[in-house]
Design a protein around this ligand. Structure first.
Ligand code: NOJ
Length: 592
């Protein structure tokens, strides 16, 4: 390669025109587990406000707050009973105003969750809708009459399974019809076909908060609003199961683009950022239509390629721990990185959120001797990929999964709980099947992201003064916590800080650059170029607990690869081998 810093393929990466969110680093906060300011054992809004300086100190530019709205909490806030009020144990509207102004006064932006595929069953819209068939809001949700099978038994309108291992329909005794819920029965799906419903959603869930000053939204299940006409049965993949996975039918339905364009127009008068959650969308052209700047629908999406690595296909838990290879992860990364190549679209870099187990435990090693190096190496991966970068609370200190010996009772999430109950029912509580289910849950469950944030080594990890926290505090909180890492130059936290500074310094390469993998098939190391118009960076990562030889591309005359940062202290930058879970970033310097 000549030292001209030209990419192998002559395509420009991404639309680099300056929107504030492109170079942004978004720090995601899960209110229940971040910081408890009033000692009730549950996190709250004031707790978040009290930590804004900390969040800013990492290098974040925006915070994303998971649902803070009033809710009966069947799906921990993703079941909203009133878009215009705050869940009382989290605080008040005034507390949200203070959080918004607290962010803005520090130069931070704030986005909130927008959950509008469904509401809580306690939302007044649903209460009205279910009150009678003739209620004016009946059509705001998706109601259908029963079907009857050959034996005359009442059955739901179709065979869809919800995302939480149950039937997607619930029978309403009072009005003698079924309603659809793609998640819990307590989360009825809104009927987006009704223009009046859409108008009410925009006013209550979107404009109310934009007027309060939020800077945008993370848009929940953004591709599920438009259901296919006639709600057909899903193909039978598992003949033994009563209900079938139907995501290919209810994701990316016929009117999705129309709905998102309409929603975009509602937000247009404000300088917002939108990031949509976009599962089950392997078709690149569909994704591009959502995120192409010209289409004016969403600014970016979270694709699931990376976080789905190692998960089962029929259900996410139909797998065994670490059931993936490095080439599969590389392919997944490539899918979201390639979105910006030669297009006007934008993308995201993330590995964790409130729905994912901890990345160190999934993708590297949480063994005591490796977890710090693993955390730094994954920080290097995340922070050198193009797109807006998202960090989930605790990821910056290398928090890991809940311990293997915690019993199933410590898992509080509806998704893991329902799956475990489903296996118990289906196998008559067969101990082998239950042990397999528990192993999968210990590896992949959403609970690992939801136990309390570890701030220090006091008994509740500094999260709360109350010994009864809503989820158990991690056994290792005295080893993995913010206070201890602040004081340690070599900590995962301080590595993230350095890495985010490097990301900013080399933004053209690391945020906007063209990504090109070098060792696609290698099962141990992961190397890639990032290229901009006038420079190049090389990232090399060791994904194993052994030293690995390094085969580097030849740099032709006039160029030199200079080590910019390594995950090991005192790295000599020698090219011969990488130490366990080591990562290095080199910048190609052209000799003049
Ligand atoms: C996706 C959210 O991230 C998840 O936590 C929630 O359970 C579902 N959507 C339903 O809102």
């Amino acid at each position: 390669m000549a030292c001209t810093a030209q990419p192998a393929t002559s395509v420009a990466a991404g639309n680099t025109q300056g929107k504030w969110w492109k170079d942004g680093v978004v720090y995601q906060v899960y209110p229940a587990s971040f910081m408890d300011s009033n000692g009730d054992g549950l996190g709250d809004i004031r707790g978040i406000t009290s930590k804004l300086d900390y969040i800013k100190s990492i290098g974040a530019t925006t915070i994303w707050v998971c649902p803070h709205y009033d809710s009966p909490q069947f799906d921990l806030g993703y079941d909203i009973s009133d878009y215009e009020s705050v869940f009382p144990p989290y605080g008040t509207l005034q507390d949200m105003d203070d959080l918004i102004s607290g962010c803005h006064s520090r130069g931070l932006k704030i986005i909130v969750d927008l959950v509008i595929n469904h509401t809580s069953y306690l939302h007044k819209w649903f209460q009205e809708s279910r009150s009678s068939k003739s209620n004016p809001k009946r059509d705001w949700y998706i109601w259908r009459p029963a079907k009857y099978n050959a034996n005359g038994r009442r059955i739901p309108p179709n065979n869809w399974r919800s995302n939480f291992s149950t039937n997607a329909w619930t029978w309403d005794e009072a009005t003698q019809e079924y309603y659809l819920h793609l998640f819990c029965p307590e989360q009825p799906d809104l009927n987006w076909e009704n223009p009046e419903t859409r108008k009410a959603i925009y006013a209550s869930a979107i404009e109310f908060w934009l007027k309060k000053g939020v800077d945008g939204f993370r848009v929940d299940t953004v591709n599920m609003y438009s259901k296919p006409k006639d709600l057909p049965d899903a193909p039978i993949i598992n003949p033994k199961a009563e209900h079938q996975g139907a995501a290919s039918l209810y994701c990316n339905g016929p009117r999705m683009h129309e709905f998102l364009s309409e929603m975009h127009d509602v937000m247009a008068p404000y300088d917002t950022m939108t990031v949509g959650e976009c599962p089950n969308t392997p078709d690149r052209s569909k994704v591009l239509k959502y995120v192409s700047a010209a289409e004016k629908q969403l600014d970016m999406v979270f694709l699931f390629d990376v976080v789905d690595v190692g998960q089962g296909t029929e259900t996410k838990y139909d797998t065994t721990p670490r059931n993936w290879t490095l080439p599969v992860l590389k392919k997944a990364v490539n899918n979201s990185q390639s979105l910006i190549i030669g297009t006007d679209a934008w993308t995201t870099s993330f590995m964790e959120n409130h729905d994912q187990a901890r990345s160190i435990s999934r993708f590297a090693s949480d063994a005591p001797e490796h977890r710090v190096h693993s955390g730094r190496m994954l920080a290097m991966l995340n922070a050198t990929l193009s797109g807006t970068l998202f960090i989930y609370q605790g990821q910056e200190i290398g928090m890991i999964n809940m311990p293997e010996d915690w019993p199933i009772e410590e898992y509080k999430d509806v998704e893991s709980g329902n799956f475990y109950k489903y296996v118990a029912r289906a196998t008559n509580s067969d101990p082998v099947a239950l042990a397999k289910a528990k192993a999968a849950i210990q590896h992949l469950s959403r609970d690992h992201a939801r136990y309390p944030m570890c701030w220090d080594s006091t008994p509740q990890g500094g999260f709360s003064t109350n010994p009864k926290t809503w989820m158990r505090v991690h056994d290792l909180t005295d080893e993995i916590n913010v206070a201890q890492q602040e004081a340690d130059e070599g900590s995962v936290l301080n590595f993230w800080r350095r890495m985010l500074k490097v990301r900013q310094d080399y933004s053209k390469l690391l945020v906007h650059g063209y990504y090109e993998v070098l060792d696609e098939k290698n099962e141990h190391t992961y190397s890639y170029w990032k290229t901009s118009k006038d420079s190049r960076a090389l990232v090399v990562l060791n994904f194993t607990h052994r030293a690995q030889d390094l085969e580097l591309p030849k740099v032709e005359t006039g160029g030199r690869l200079n080590l910019a940062i390594s995950t090991y202290e005192h790295s000599t930058g020698a090219f011969d081998s990488l130490r366990p879970y080591e990562g290095r970033l080199y910048i190609l310097e052209c000799e003049t």
